[in-house]
Design a protein around this ligand. Structure first.
Ligand code: AGP
Length: 616
């Protein structure tokens, strides 16, 4: 979604801002803009399209200055046009503002400002905020830095909704003001320079020392330092965090796309999700971050897992794992629906919110609603500095490393791994024997090798993918643990290749889906060697009987039966049933990736999508 980068220091601001915006490209955007302060004026350049278009615009009409703010916009209020791109100005034209989030009461505020004679250039909610700050500053009796901060405070008190903002004013050439509520904002500390960003990856090549702003905090940033206060006008404490992220982590290395790099990182990311968490001695998982004693965990009567998109698919695998190993009734719920449902939740219901970014607005809202109702709410997050990680009562970090590709890959397998650890722990404090616990641990320890074997098949999978790249519709089928993988495989394919794809439990075919089967509609069956293998085989026969092409994902040693009836077969190595979703999902990631590449799609920046969806 939208991204913010700000710079104040001694270097030329524009190149630093452009580089920062480029690092935020993965979040998804449709237009971009930069404003710098030079010679008592605000210079601005905005373009619809890519950062390269903005760079060209700045190349032909350069802007100078050592202070500036910049933004990538993902349209919510108002079409994708240059006028609607940020930064936006106040009435005086001296104040520029960039904004992430949504000002919910913008329409009434705009009407009121228009009555006072304010004229707006855009359809955005953001421009209203710029006018409010400018009006408050112009009404103040002082023209000082403190008065500008007070004007920001005054404006923020009038708005409802969410914001992460950056503000500059022509009269203060070495000052940026930032503030947040609901949209992440981080302040980067350099030597003789400071940064503001919505995501630390934008500034990590300059500094790793950062301060994460809390909701309702306002930062006034100069080249030499910064001050923090609150929207209420109080002082604010802060901690400087040294981020554990390098420039390399946020680069593509030798890979053509972030998605491919992240697919290949899964041997390491799954290893890191398990590292130090498996105890052979006690035949269980150790998850100290849950902040719950075994007695408390034993009293859990019900579990609700919630998240969006890929995170919800991982949750659905988790539902099977927890019920299978621990026999605790578990339910998955779309985070976007959680708040509006009246889920029957007893006082001993434990809620897990799952989010790679830890900033997804719907998931954050589910977390807050669950806590409001008094439930212990734990997070399964990748981003340790995220709002969800901070607001959860405890949880488990995925340790997958930065995921930049919009299509989630390694976060899915890390989430499933973490859920398997939770299922093991919950099982062991209930009925699961120590022998069964030890066997599961030994099996989980084989995962990195099994993943490496799947990754080694990339060329074989790519060849199959290329054969089906021209399909207009594709169906994905799986049963039990691999039903959520069918959903995930379909999601991967449609989001990066725009092929219409849907996932179903295999047996649902005959209840309607089979009407879609014809010679032009390939069906992907996830049919590893498990308890329902022969059931899947029967469903494959039903598709073949109607002339539909079938691609099967099976298991080595069971490939013969599949090859007899399927058009193409991709085999994963022999693996315990509970680990198959991790291996089959990786096959489908590679499959979707190579179809998208074959079709010439922009794999890392699919149309209309954002990496982190920070609006409802
Ligand atoms: C999947 O490829 C998507 N990028 C999307 O469904 C994603 O999983 C969803 O938006 C949730 O994101 P989160 O894990 O950061 O909360």
């Amino acid at each position: 979604m939208c991204g913010i980068v700000g710079y104040v220091g001694r270097a030329e601001a524009a190149p630093i801002l452009l580089e920062g915006l480029r690092r935020l490209e993965y979040r998804g955007y449709d237009s971009a803009g930069v404003a710098t302060l030079e010679e008592g004026c605000v210079s601005v350049r905005k373009e619809v399209g890519r950062i390269d278009d903005l760079k060209k615009a700045i190349g032909s009409h350069p802007i100078g200055g050592t202070t500036g703010i910049s933004h990538t916009r993902w349209a919510t209020h108002g079409k994708v046009t240059r006028e609607n791109a940020h930064p936006h100005f106040d009435r005086s034209g001296k104040l520029a503002l960039v904004h992430n989030g949504v000002i919910e009461n913008y329409a009434s505020l705009r009407a009121q400002l228009e009555e006072e004679g304010h004229i707006f250039q855009s359809q955005t909610d953001t421009e209203v905020l710029a006018h409010l700050v400018g009006r408050a500053f112009d009404r103040s009796s002082e023209r000082t830095q403190g008065a500008l901060v007070a004007a920001v405070r005054d404006a923020l008190r009038q708005v409802t909704g969410t914001y992460g903002i950056g503000v500059v004013h022509a009269e203060f050439p070495g000052l940026i003001i930032g503030a947040r509520r609901g949209s992440p904002l981080v302040l980067g500390i350099g030597k003789g320079e400071h940064f503001l960003a919505s995501d630390v990856s934008a500034i990590v090549s300059h500094t790793r020392d950062v301060v994460y702003l809390n909701d309702y905090e306002i930062a006034a940033i100069t080249e030499d330092g910064f001050t923090l206060s609150t929207v209420e006008g109080l002082g604010a404490d802060y901690n400087v965090t040294t981020v554990d992220m390098t420039d390399e982590d946020v680069g593509k290395g030798d890979y053509t796309h972030f998605m491919l790099k992240e697919i290949h990182e899964q041997v390491r990311s799954v290893t890191d999700a398990m590292r130090g968490r498996l105890s052979h001695e006690e035949a269980t998982a150790k998850l100290g971050g849950l902040n719950m004693t075994n007695a408390e965990l034993r009293s859990v009567e019900r579990i609700v897992l919630t998240g969006c998109g890929t995170a919800l698919h991982a949750a659905m695998v988790g539902e099977y794992l927890i019920e299978h190993l621990a026999q605790v009734p578990t339910e998955c719920e779309f985070a976007s629906e959680f708040r509006y449902r009246n889920l029957p939740m007893t006082k001993d219901t434990l809620v897990f919110v799952m989010s790679q970014s830890g900033e997804t607005a719907d998931t954050l809202a589910a977390l807050r609603e669950s806590k409001r109702k008094g439930h212990r709410t734990l997070g399964i997050c990748n981003n340790v500095a995220s709002t969800i990680a901070r607001e959860s009562d405890g949880g488990v970090y995925m340790h997958a490393g930065p995921e930049i590709g919009v299509a989630a890959t390694k976060s899915f397998t890390s989430q499933v791994t973490v859920l398997a650890l939770i299922a093991l722990l919950l099982g062991r404090i209930r009925n699961l024997s120590s022998a069964a616990g030890s066997r599961i641990i030994s099996e989980m320890e084989t995962l990195p090798d099994l993943i490496a074997k799947v990754l080694a098949k990339e060329e074989e999978i790519a060849a199959v993918a290329r054969r089906y790249a021209q399909a207009k519709v594709m169906l994905f089928m799986g049963r039990q643990l691999n039903y959520p993988v069918a959903l995930e495989g379909a999601l991967k394919l449609k989001e990066i290749s725009y092929i219409a794809a849907s996932g179903y439990p295999s047996a649902e075919l005959k209840h309607g889906v089979i009407a879609l089967v014809n010679a032009e509609t390939p069906s992907v069956f996830i049919a590893p060697d498990d308890a329902v293998f022969h059931k899947n085989l029967s469903n494959i026969e039903e598709v073949k009987a109607r002339g539909g092409p079938v691609i099967a994902i099976g298991t080595e040693g069971k490939g013969g039966e599949l090859s007899l009836i399927c058009d193409d077969v991709i085999l994963i190595p022999q693996a315990p049933e509970i680990l198959t979703p991790i291996l089959t999902s990786i096959v489908l990631q590679i499959f979707a990736y190579h179809i998208a590449v074959e079709l010439g799609c922009d794999v890392d920046k699919p149309r209309n999508l954002a990496k982190s969806v920070t609006v409802e």
